[in-house]
Design a protein around this ligand. Structure first.
Ligand code: MN
Length: 266
């Protein structure tokens, strides 16, 4: 499957607390991601086509369909798996939100939202956009919204924003964004004007904390990553079995030979 990773980028590592954006497909349904761990983040799973089944170590078994939201809070530690389950095309976006220091050690949890607020081509995944507010729980000032067609809306000057052209190219505040491109807009604006087939708006208060990201872990130091990897490989309670998934856990890759260092966000 074709995957376009637009975040983290060499120069821009986060947009608000958004720290990872993978845009995949449309392609034949072929998602097979066996049980693997996460710490210190929320995963936001968003589909445009297809169907994916999520299972995790807090007891969830949940199918996600286009226009629905799966949001998993890894906190201190969780294990999950994802498999595409229907024929036809799969097209979606896998996003991660870094949990801030105050929340990153919280207990893991999972939530599914089948009826997110929408109006006039706008559907809000998290936060508030175009007067609509998502019920999804996030832990820092953040927004994620899908826009179909045109929009001209007031935005939060204290937030930084980026827009992903999900289907077709787009024009965003005067910038031409090619299909699959993520246009970073910075902060200090009070309007967002988009014209495109389908776009995803990502924004939030600029994250002040410097992250250490390795494999599926978001932490603050090399030592935390080493510890999480060790506990996962040792089968510690922190990374429990995935409900109704007998597949073996994905092995963790070896640690890099260099010490991982916190990075500035831009
Ligand atoms: Mn995952």
């Amino acid at each position: 499957m074709t995957v376009r990773r637009t975040l983290p980028h060499k120069q821009i590592r986060t947009v608000g607390a958004w720290c990872f954006v993978d845009h995949y497909g449309p392609d034949a349904q072929s998602m097979v991601v066996p049980p693997h761990p996460h710490i210190g983040l929320q995963t936001v799973s968003w589909l445009l086509e297809g169907e994916v089944e999520h299972r995790d170590s807090v007891g969830s078994v949940q199918t996600v369909l286009p226009g629905e939201l799966n949001i998993m809070t890894a906190g201190h530690g969780i294990t999950h798996s994802e498999y595409s389950v229907s024929r036809g095309l799969l097209h979606g976006i896998q996003l991660w939100v870094a949990l801030t220091d105050a929340h990153r050690d919280r207990p893991p949890s999972f939530a599914h939202y089948a009826d997110l607020p929408q109006s006039g081509g706008v559907q809000v995944l998290v936060g508030e956009f175009a007067g609509l507010t998502s019920p999804a729980e996030v832990f820092s000032p953040l927004v994620g919204a899908q826009v179909t067609g045109r929009c001209d809306v007031a935005i939060e000057p204290d937030f930084e924003y980026a827009v992903l052209a999900v289907a077709g190219s787009a024009t965003v505040n005067g910038y031409s964004v090619p299909h699959g491109g993520l246009q970073y807009l910075g902060w200090g604006m009070d309007r967002l004007v988009i014209d495109g087939d389908q776009t995803l708006v990502l924004g939030g208060e600029p994250l002040q904390e410097h992250l250490v990201m390795w494999w599926n872990f978001v932490a603050r130091s090399h030592e935390e990553i080493v510890q999480a990897r060790y506990e996962y490989e040792a089968g510690a309670a922190r990374f429990g079995p995935v409900t109704a998934d007998p597949r073996p856990f994905l092995p963790a890759p070896p640690m890099p030979t260099v010490t991982l260092k916190p990075r500035p966000n831009r």
